[in-house]
Design a protein around this ligand. Structure first.
Ligand code: SAM
Length: 415
């Protein structure tokens, strides 16, 4: 390709996926605002990108796999740039709804702290190869020196390869989800060969020799050496295979600390989209909690964890679809009782229906945990219009080097 065929552009901002965006819009991966870049235009993408004038915020990627691996998007930017950008993403979403508030300094999880990862594992002529998909490709990049994952997950790469040698078909790669637990690895495999007696025995043997606490193959449990428990406050919970877990223990602690501060002093709490009790169980050290969640197995895990724990106040729980059937004012303010505070931690779609009911019920304190600044800002507007004050936002970055942004926010009712 001659230089004449190349287009030059100046990056003005980052898009939602962390790609640089130039006028057009023209998306250039792994570029930064202010950079002059050149490349070949292909639709709205700039390919074969060359950095002509680098930004001062450009750094050498800390991971040697970054060039080929698609696992991270923002290792070419300084930590300070990423931190400012993530806070700005939330401020921009709030401004679009006419809102402003105080922002606490961002909390970023350390490198090598991600406690769950899904590896793609392909059989090869010599054995098997595990890693992440390359950038925008099906090619698997091996990641022995990954800077993102908890070392326990890195140590399990050979295990993932052994599982593929035993149970992957020649056609499709395995998808192996590794989760670090308090007692060993929780391993969930998808796209494997159908289980038969001898495969089951072989998989159990491999898992047993490699420190696996639980192995789930498709929907079947192959081995349960020990329940792969997570510690939520004083409780130990065995989550259903693959169910939601905060991405890092450190990020979970930062979110919990914000939620505890917001709801301090509450005697009765409702935890909405409660999962397996990440917040409900630690909060039950000081308050009675009603935990509501859509997945029956998660509520069962939460309830079992509560029953085994010592020194917690009462937790009641309910399986409920909070999009279609949110808790109503009469549920939130039952006769002679009411919830002093609500914790709400919805999926990316946000909590529109439930937030409207909380506002109507006038629940005095709301701790909102969000993984999507846009739906958070939409719901924040509903609360503010109903008379709530958005006191502060704490951005928590547990998806380091990605474009993903999480936060906790404090709302109280203006009296
Ligand atoms: C972001 S996770 C938070 C879970 C928990 N608070 C935690 O920190 O571990 C969102 C939770 O909402 C649940 N969920 C998704 N859609 C739901 C719905 N329509 N009704 C109730 N729960 C739902 C998911 O199963 C998941 O546990």
């Amino acid at each position: 390709m001659t230089d004449a065929a190349r287009t030059t552009a100046t990056i003005t901002r980052l898009g939602q996926q962390g790609d640089g965006v130039a006028e057009g819009p023209l998306f250039a991966p792994r570029t930064l605002p202010g950079e002059v870049v050149s490349g070949i235009v292909s639709g709205s993408q700039l390919t074969e990108v060359r950095i002509e004038t680098p930004s001062e915020t450009r750094v050498q990627a800390p991971c040697r796999h970054y060039k080929s691996c698609g696992g991270c998007q923002l290792q070419h930017a300084s930590d300070a740039f990423v931190a400012d950008w993530k806070v700005e993403v939330v401020k921009t979403a709030l401004r679009a709804q006419g809102l402003e508030t105080e922002f606490r300094p961002i909390h970023t999880s350390p490198s090598r702290s991600r406690r769950r990862a899904t590896l793609t594992v392909r059989r090869t002529k010599k054995g098997a190869m595990a890693g992440f998909h390359g950038r925008a490709s099906d090619v698997i990049t091996p990641i022995p020196d990954c800077q993102l994952l908890d070392p326990a997950l890195i140590r399990a790469i050979p295990l993932a390869e052994k599982l593929a040698m035993a149970g992957a078909s020649r056609k499709a790669p395995l998808s192996v989800t590794l989760t670090a637990s308090e007692v060993g690895l929780d391993v969930m495999v998808r796209e494997g060969k159908p289980l038969d007696g001898s495969l089951r025995l072989e998989l159990a043997r491999i898992a047993g020799q490699n420190g696996v606490a639980r192995l789930t193959w498709g929907d079947e449990q192959v081995l349960m050496e020990q329940p792969p428990v997570q510690a939520f406050g004083p409780a130990r919970v065995c989550p259903p295979p693959g169910s939601f877990l905060q991405a890092t223990k450190d990020g979970e602690a930062a979110l919990l600390s914000a939620v505890q501060e917001i709801t301090k002093g509450a005697k009765r709490l409702v935890d909405l989209f409660a999962g397996c009790g990440t917040f409900a169980l630690p909060l039950a050290q000081d308050a009675e909690v009603h935990a509501v969640e859509g997945e029956r197995d998660m509520i069962a895990a939460l309830d079992a964890g509560w029953r085994r724990a010592q020194g917690l106040k009462k937790i009641t729980s309910e399986v409920r679809d909070l999009f279609r059937n949110p808790l109503l004012p009469e549920d939130l303010n039952p006769f002679a009782a009411h919830f002093d505070a609500a914790v709400i931690d919805p999926p990316r779609a946000g909590g529109e229906a439930q937030i409207a009911q909380l506002a109507q019920a006038r629940t005095p304190v709301i701790a909102y945990v969000s993984c999507n600044p846009v739906t958070f800002a939409r719901d924040a507007k509903t609360l503010v219009a109903a008379g709530y004050c958005l006191n502060w936002v704490q951005v928590v970055d547990q998806f380091r080097w990605s474009a993903h942004t999480e936060l906790a926010a404090s709302f109280t009712l203006d009296s």
